[in-house]
Unconditional design. Structure first.
Length: 276
């Protein structure tokens, strides 16, 4: 009977271990939805990574000359895709500066090895605004990027089609927008292969992302942890630590741990009674 009791204890521990794994997965992946309900605000702004998604062929924008062009037809080599709006008072200029800075350091030739495309997600932006924004921005940088850095504008339907396809979620607040800060890397076929977050980027990360994009290889992003812990404050124009999210996650984690401990102790007591 003792051996039977030991076997039962082993089975019980295996079940508890499996339950623990399930609850841990629940804590890590589902807690943001719970936290959003605690905050009382639905999380609409952010990135939902759509790796391996192909940019739809029918998406059409206007180039700097005001001519309609299909976005996918412009993607003929590994491409850095940035989404901004031209009157952004916050992180958009920092994002574009970060891209301009990093492309001067990665050791690849812009126009030959890769290209950069910037799309405005504000349907009020015009091709004339693209020209002005591009001229003012490139003037502040030493290396000319004009020929192989394309600025695009478009209507709301095509903008939404693109942002929905790549998982880029933003919302309008008056004349401004709340939006995430990241760049996407696309393969020559227009496939999303990498998301890189922030406003400044490591040359090694960008270079590797472009090399992998040339091969059509996609990789998940470790920096999602940072995106989860920090968010951009449009009023303070800085990133702030999400204390509520982190605290709620910790509370859920310890609640799960306590639940597992109680189950283990309860099963241990039952096994001792069976051995007597």
């Amino acid at each position: 009977m003792r051996f039977v009791a030991v076997d039962n204890l082993t089975i019980m521990k295996n079940k508890v271990f499996g339950l623990g794994i399930f609850l841990l997965v629940f804590t890590v992946f589902l807690s943001p939805a719970v936290i959003a309900q605690v905050d009382g605000v639905a999380e609409e702004v952010g990135i939902v990574e759509h790796l391996d998604t192909i940019i739809p062929a029918k998406i059409t924008f206007n180039n700097e000359q005001g001519n309609p062009v299909q976005l996918k037809s412009l993607i003929t080599k590994p491409t850095i895709l940035t989404l901004v709006y031209y009157d952004c008072p916050g992180i958009c200029p920092q994002l574009l500066s970060g891209v301009s800075d990093v492309i001067e350091k990665i050791g690849l030739e812009l126009g030959k090895d890769y290209q950069v495309i910037t799309v405005s997600f504000n349907y009020d932006d015009t091709p004339a605004a693209s020209v002005e924004k591009k001229k003012n921005f490139l003037r502040a940088h030493s290396k000319p990027h004009a020929e192989h850095w394309v600025y695009l504008t478009g209507d709301s339907a095509n903008i939404r089609m693109l942002t929905h396809a790549i998982g880029y979620n933003f919302t309008r607040t008056g004349n401004d927008f709340m939006h995430p800060s990241c760049i996407l890397v696309l393969s020559p076929e227009g496939k999303v292969t990498r998301y890189l977050y922030g406003t400044s980027f490591l040359p090694f990360d960008v270079k590797m992302a472009l090399i992998e994009a040339q091969k059509g290889q996609s990789r998940p992003t470790i920096n999602r942890v940072l995106e989860y812990c920090f968010s951009y404050d449009p009023q303070g124009r800085k990133y702030t630590l999400q204390v509520t999210k982190i605290t709620a996650t910790i509370i859920i984690f310890f609640a799960v741990a306590l639940f597992i401990i109680l189950i283990v102790r309860s099963s241990g007591k039952k096994s001792k009674k069976q051995n007597i």
